[in-house]
Design a protein around this ligand. Structure first.
Ligand code: ADP
Ligand code: ASP
Ligand code: MG
Length: 409
């Protein structure tokens, strides 16, 4: 029998009523003659609630204890879904990550899956059961519970699909596919029938939270066909695949944005070899990831150096930079955590000139000041003030005609 892995996100299992609807959907797949493994998230809002509890109790909870706590959300939904299936006469069994042997490294709160033991799942499937697996969690070789980073149930589903050699991994969520941009920000966003792994990976990396980055990496690496579709409506959703055939021949496929950004600048540091390392070394030592970097030359042999970090790391980065500034005899440290990154993504960019200038023109027309720019082969990102996020996304969506299907060349 053809095997499909279904994944249902937080909103899709947000109430017992919704869990019953998920059970109906799974049963319909069984009636079509499909074997089904289901991965579920915690009910929407649950993981955030658990994070808040932790911070009410301890200022800096250990990542190990965080994982013990955060993994409980998914344990609730697997049991409820298995019960809903049984209630409707469909044999089902639920498993936590450790029970099915989803072995990860020990990087608590952001662990990576290393291997999956499929024997137990396979035996249940062979016995005619639907297998319900908790998303977002694993276990280390030593037996400690881990979690896979926020949004990690997507990765559990893709990893299971790869290990079980499923036909497809179906990510059921609260939108009916991948759109040209987040439909919550631009209501004129258009659903894409197909998108390449490469573009989806870029979109996810640049902030589109519809899929966890690692799930797309994993799907690309193991060539797992991945489909994003609605758990509330019917429809084929968006297929993410290697084939360029049938993928829209658009210059730009989508717009991603990231609200979790902050930028820091050190002004007037002596411009000499090794300065970038002196500034960024201590930041890296503190395990703070740096994203965009810009260095500006001044006439007086000094330089200004700007970089961005995750907004959560902003206070820590600012503190480090202030002490670096003192050490290097810099003039001043400034920072801004009211900024966002907006990016346009598309493989079509490779073979077309003038995309950047079109982007900058569209932003200029709306009076949006660009604070930083970075480019790669298939994306251009700009940093702008937070208050311009919606305006920038909509202006770019319009400038590149993303609301209309592209005409074949
Ligand atoms: P789930 O709980 O099912 O994992 P998420 O909230 O993680 O769902 O992801 C779905 C959400 O992703 C949508 O509600 C939508 O607002 C957001 N989103 C961001 N960018 C996009 C995009 N390009 N296409 C579709 N949805 C997007
Ligand atoms: N429940 C986890 C989260 O909220 C994992 C997931 O939903 O994918 O991040
Ligand atoms: Mg998600």
């Amino acid at each position: 029998m053809a095997l499909y892995v279904h994944k249902y996100g937080g909103t899709s299992v947000g109430s017992t009523e919704r869990i019953k609807n998920v059970a109906e959907r799974v049963i319909r797949a069984r009636q079509r003659g499909e074997d089904v493994v289901v991965v579920v998230s915690a009910m929407s809002g649950e993981t955030n609630k658990l994070v808040a509890y932790a911070h009410e109790v301890q200022e800096r909870p250990s990542p190990r204890e965080m994982d013990v706590l955060l993994s409980t959300g998914e344990q609730v939904t697997i049991a409820l879904l298995a019960m809903a299936l049984e209630q409707k006469g469909c044999p089902a069994i639920s498993y936590t990550g450790w029970q099915v042997g989803i072995v990860s490294d020990d990087a608590h709160t952001k662990a990576r899956i290393e291997k999956i033991d499929t024997d137990r799942i396979q035996a249940d499937l062979d016995a005619g059961r639907v297998v319900v697996v908790a998303g977002f969690q694993g276990v280390t070789a030593e037996g400690d519970i881990t979690t896979l980073g926020r949004g990690g149930s997507d990765t559990t589903a893709v990893a299971l699909a790869a290990a079980l050699k499923a036909e497809e991994c179906l990510i059921y969520t609260d939108v009916d596919g991948v759109y040209t941009t987040d439909p919550r920000v631009e209501p004129r966003a258009r659903r894409l029938d197909r998108i390449t792994f490469e573009e989806m990976l870029e979109m996810a990396s640049l902030g589109s939270k519809v899929l966890q980055i690692r799930s797309v990496e994993f799907a690309g690496k193991y060539n797992v066909p991945l489909r994003v579709l609605s758990s509330f409506a019917e429809g084929g959703g968006t297929l993410i695949s290697y084939e360029e055939n049938g993928v829209e021949k658009a210059l730009i496929s989508g717009i991603a944005f990231n609200r979790d950004e902050a930028k820091l600048t050190i002004l007037g540091v002596p411009d000499r070899p090794g300065i970038a390392h002196k500034i960024l070394g201590p930041v890296a030592d503190a395990n703070i990831e740096v994203d965009m970097i810009v260095q500006n030359m001044a006439d007086d042999q000094t330089t200004d150096f700007t970089f961005t970090v995750h907004r959560n790391e902003y206070p820590k980065a600012l503190e480090i930079l202030r002490s670096t500034c003192e050490e290097l005899g810099g003039r001043q440290v400034t920072g801004d955590d009211k900024i966002v990154k907006v990016s346009i993504v598309g493989v079509g960019m490779r073979s077309h000139a003038g995309i950047a200038s079109k982007m900058f023109e569209a932003l200029a027309r709306e009076g949006i000041n660009i604070r930083m720019i970075s480019t790669s082969e298939i994306k251009i990102s700009v940093v702008v003030d937070e208050k311009y996020l919606e305006l920038a996304v909509r202006a770019l969506h319009d400038a590149f005609g993303l609301d209309k299907a592209p005409v074949a060349e």
